[in-house]
Design a protein around this ligand. Structure first.
Ligand SMILES: [Zn+2]
Length: 177
């Protein structure tokens, strides 16, 4: 989806882990939501009930306006009273140290022609996407991206699949499938 901000900037929501998007966790629910070692039955019930129902909000990275998704899909905008307003209010609590995902995937079709994709996030949430027609080039690029992010402690987990077979994985990636 896209939100055209009053300032003219277009806020895009077409990928995951956006640094300018958040979900509202009501104060009435936060005690239940704070997960300990093992989720309690109440926590599981909350997540079952609220998955996909938490109110979303987005912040314009240019002017700082905040948009809430309201009932019936209508979006409501709120303008900061003072300017300049901070425009990174919704980013991860980890800030610049936010660690993202690296995903590489190659599929060989029945006619022998293959296609690969590589996605990753860095710079506190900016998404990257590259496509490949050569499996060795995909592997090489995956290795480069992973090594760079790993060196900077900016990768949470990584996974490279070639025709459905795990070629490389880094902690926990399989569990997140
Ligand atoms: Zn704006």
């Amino acid at each position: 989806m896209k939100i055209r901000c009053t300032c003219g900037f277009v806020i895009r929501d077409n990928t995951e882990n956006l640094p300018y998007k958040a979900y509202i966790l009501p104060d009435q629910d936060i005690d239940v939501a704070c997960v300990g070692e093992e989720p309690s039955p109440a926590q599981l019930r909350l997540w079952d009930h609220t998955a996909g129902q938490l109110t979303m909000l987005w912040q314009c990275e240019v002017c700082g306006r905040i948009y809430f998704d309201g009932p019936s899909g209508k979006v409501f905008g709120f303008k900061p009273e003072s300017t300049p307003a901070p425009t990174n209010l919704l980013r991860s609590v980890w800030g610049e140290g936010w660690a993202g995902l690296v995903r590489g995937d190659w599929d060989t079709r029945s006619d022998g022609v293959g296609h690969g994709e590589l996605t990753w996030t860095e710079d506190a949430g900016e998404g990257h996407f590259e496509e490949f027609e050569d499996v060795d080039r995909l592997k090489q690029r995956y290795d480069e991206v992973f090594a760079d992010l790993h060196r900077r402690s900016l990768v949470r987990d990584a996974l490279l699949l070639i025709d459905g077979t795990t070629v490389h994985t880094w902690p926990g990636a399989d569990q997140l499938q």
